[in-house]
Design a protein around this ligand. Structure first.
Ligand code: ADP
Ligand code: MG
Length: 357
């Protein structure tokens, strides 16, 4: 039995609008899953049904074997309060209650509201000094952190987040995503709705909705790997151009456009980010060397063997460089007699097959 089982879930509005159409998937305990898809594709509808805030017109949802639609209104409210923490894009804080009281409100179903616990939860999200503030006296990012504290207070098994960073600036986005990452590490199951690929990529698994249909499961990895290859290439090129191993990250346009991916790459030991400096970690450098090698060998192949125009080489090489296996790469290199430069004159890093390697 999976932690969450969604089977043939449908939600129809009026006669013909299928907000969800026979959606099925499972989530394992402790998993982080991203629900992606364009606006209006049914993401919020799905999340609300998972959390028992909305009822489906067909199909079923079971959480730890408990079918949600079988619960009475009272049981459902209790189930929600004890098992599920919600974080929404609009913060839904009660405007006339302080931060502390908003968090304590979520303890409603416990016999006794524990002020200490609520204060601790706020301390944990960095708001220990804001306990008595009203929502209107807090910034958007701070309000969202109150919501994270509120979601945490009952130690819910499942955290449901609907575009939690949709209304936040970059700094608060990083803070809130950092908190969610921590919760996931502690073993909470996380279902996070987002249309932002950078945030979706932080999840372990992604499902995608289009017009209420689950069309693709985990299609991102190839795309993600290619993006990482391309960013590693950009770092390699910048190092070649400047003859420096530590780059100014702000000076690299690819960095400013893909900050979240670079953070991910740093986490995975591909690059080092130290203050304003950006450099390769050994794994990233080795991977970049291989991509550059595949790229420049491909250019050489297209140029020499197929007589392709020099201006077109780069574009064609980009298409195949991600998919060449090490064996094929060595074969191409041997076939071309281990060339030292690409047709534009840039050096080709040697491989194991090369006499000079
Ligand atoms: P998303 O969160 O992916 O942007 P939603 O789940 O909010 O999408 O909405 C999916 C579809 O269902 C949309 O076409 C939306 O207009 C429609 N919809 C959502 N709620 C209602 C409602 N209460 N009444 C009628 N249509 C709705
Ligand atoms: Mg939505």
């Amino acid at each position: 039995m999976a932690f969450i089982e969604v089977e043939g879930l449908s939600k129809t509005y009026g006669a013909s609008l299928d907000a969800l159409h026979r959606v099925s998937f499972t989530v394992e305990k402790g998993e982080w899953i991203a629900v992606m898809g364009p606006s209006g594709s049914g993401k919020s509808t799905l999340l609300n049904i998972l959390g028992g805030l909305d009822t489906p017109t067909g199909g079923r949802v079971a959480l730890e074997g408990q079918e949600i639609s079988r619960l009475s209104a009272h049981e459902l409210a209790r189930f929600r309060a004890e098992k599920i923490g919600f974080v929404f894009q609009q913060f839904h804080l009660v405007p006339y209650l302080t931060a502390l009281e908003n968090v304590m409100l979520a303890q409603y179903f416990h016999s006794l509201s524990d002020e200490r616990e609520a204060a601790d939860a706020l301390g944990r999200v960095g708001l220990g000094g804001r306990l008595q503030h009203l929502p209107s006296q807090l910034s958007g990012g701070e309000q969202q952190r109150v919501c994270v504290a509120r979601a945490l207070i009952n130690q819910p098994n499942l955290i449901l987040a609907d575009e939690p960073t949709g209304n936040l600036d970059e700094v608060n986005e990083t803070l809130v995503m950092g908190l969610l990452t921590e919760l996931h590490r502690e073993g909470h199951t996380l279902v996070l709705v987002t249309h932002d690929p950078d945030i979706g990529r932080m999840a372990e698994r992604r499902i995608e909705l289009h017009h209420g249909r689950l069309t693709e499961v985990s299609v991102f990895p190839t795309y993600e790997e290619e993006l990482i290859d391309n960013l590693l290439k950009a770092v390699w090129h910048a190092q070649e151009d400047t003859a420096r191993s530590v780059l100014e990250s702000a000076g690299l346009p690819e960095f400013t456009r893909n900050r979240a991916t670079f953070l991910l790459m740093a986490q995975e030991g591909l690059v080092r980010l130290e203050g304003p400096g950006l450099s390769f970690a050994p794994r990233g450098e080795a991977r970049a060397r291989h991509v550059i090698r595949r790229h420049r060998l491909s250019e050489r192949l297209f140029y020499e063997t197929f007589g392709l125009d020099k201006d077109l080489l780069d574009e064609h090489a980009c298409k195949i460089e991600h998919s060449l296996s090490p064996e094929v790469t060595e074969k191409i290199c041997t076939f071309l007699r281990h060339p030292q430069t690409c047709p534009h004159g840039s050096p080709i890093p040697p491989g194991v097959c090369c006499p000079r390697g």
